[in-house]
Design a protein around this ligand. Structure first.
Ligand code: PLP
Length: 385
């Protein structure tokens, strides 16, 4: 049977049709009032999504590029950065920091385990020369969301960097209120935009650190970005991914018209329904069964089932693209992404297809039990009529 394609990965994610269509518009030049109007609006609206009054620099790069920009602009070689590593992306920032000559204080947890902010505070206290501390909001490799409010409290004496690549626009993150100095994000997840843009919000304290930093840099230079943003109308120093910025403008307007608090609530429900659906099927969740984990849901592939064949079959036989496990979890877990343009029926369809795919592979389950459990979350909440 023909199946519709459903992208249920934790990034890139599906984009609303209007956002898709905007990518096909004629290219406009980036040094014109027309682009300036879009860029001014998008910068102001991004501040409403980041919940910050700080500058947010947009780079034509992916999230990793945006994190690299933070490293290049905030530090000098030999500086010390604490990094929470409880998954693939925490691990990436450890490696990146070392690649740039930083001394890394690594706070390592098993994948799927949340950072303990008392231990973070102890690590800060025992490293008085620490310059910054980094933590991932939503660790996409596991679905686990770290308590960033507590992390920012524990690290308030140093520059706080948060990787919100999959979390921003899905999970609660109150940048200024919680005292987060630097938030790193990307366009292709909860911001409902194609891949191609990376963002870094920079507090005044972080900007002051930038002014002292001696790390070599050129393309990702905050000073060059700030100078270009100060022009009238604001610009980027180099040619930006114009079409993606125009798409982002529409996507961010959609987020704000839904209302950021409603967006957070929708994600909580999507996560809860995904977890109940997984448990209803008789599978085991990977990571804590908590409403905080609202961007990505990870579960163990049941014993006796080939994880890669399951994920591949979901796509080939049912049109549903979920993600497999990364690193040590490859083949062992699968991940359902629901950060961004997702609704109740995306989750219900995914659980329904997972039941069919597992049954086809000989897993003993009762069709509909997972689907019913997911549906009940939505019906109880009144989110669907
Ligand atoms: N950080 C997190 C939490 C992510 O989920 C990702 C991408 O999946 C990245 C960083 C890296 O972003 P990119 O692939 O856009 O470079």
């Amino acid at each position: 049977m023909m199946n519709k394609y459903r992208l249920m990965s934790p990034g890139p994610t599906p984009v609303p049709p209007e956002v898709s269509a905007a990518g096909a518009l004629p290219i406009i030049h980036h040094r014109t009032p027309e682009f300036g109007e879009v860029f001014t609006r998008v910068n102001e609206n991004l501040q409403r999504v980041f919940l910050t009054e700080a500058d947010i620099f947009t780079f034509s790069a992916s999230g990793t590029g945006a994190f690299e920009a933070a490293v290049q602009n905030l530090f000098s070689p030999g500086d010390k950065m604490l990094v929470v590593n409880n998954g693939n992306f925490g691990e990436r920032w450890v490696k990146m920091g070392r690649a740039f000559g930083l001394e890394i204080v690594e706070l390592k947890y098993d994948w799927g385990v949340k950072a303990d902010n008392d231990e973070v505070a102890e690590a800060v206290a025992s490293n008085p020369d620490l310059k910054a501390a980094a933590c991932v909001l939503s660790e996409t490799s596991t679905g686990t969301v770290n308590d960033i409010k507590g992390f920012a409290e524990a690290t308030r004496d140093v520059i706080t960097i948060v990787d919100a690549v999959s979390g921003l626009g899905a999970c609660e993150l109150r940048t200024d209120e919680w005292g987060v100095d630097v938030v790193v994000a990307g366009s292709q997840k909860a911001l409902m935009t194609p891949p191609g843009l990376g963002f870094v919000s920079v507090s005044e304290r972080a900007m002051a650190a930038h002014e002292e930093s001696t790390m070599p840099r050129y393309y990702f230079d905050f000073t060059a970005a700030k100078k270009a943003y100060a022009k009238n109308p604001p610009q980027t120093p180099w040619t930006p991914a114009v079409s993606v910025i125009i798409q982002l403008d529409l996507a961010v307007q959609q987020i704000l018209s839904e209302g950021l608090e409603n967006v957070f609530e929708r994600h909580v429900l999507l996560g809860r329904a995904a977890r109940e659906g997984i448990k209803g099927m008789g599978l085991t969740l990977f990571g804590p069964d908590e409403d905080m984990n609202s961007a990505v849901t990870a579960a163990y592939v049941p014993e006796g089932i080939d994880g890669k064949a399951f994920v591949g079959g979901l796509f080939r036989e049912h049109g549903i693209q979920v993600a497999g496990g990364q690193g040590p979890q490859e083949g062992k877990i699968f991940r359902i992404g629901h950060c961004g343009y997702f609704d109740a029926y995306d989750i219900i369809a995914t659980i329904a297809a997972a039941e069919l795919a597992l049954e086809a592979q000989g897993f003993d389950l009762e069709l509909g039990k997972g689907v019913g459990a997911a549906q009940r979350v939505f019906s109880k909440s009144g989110a669907v009529a």
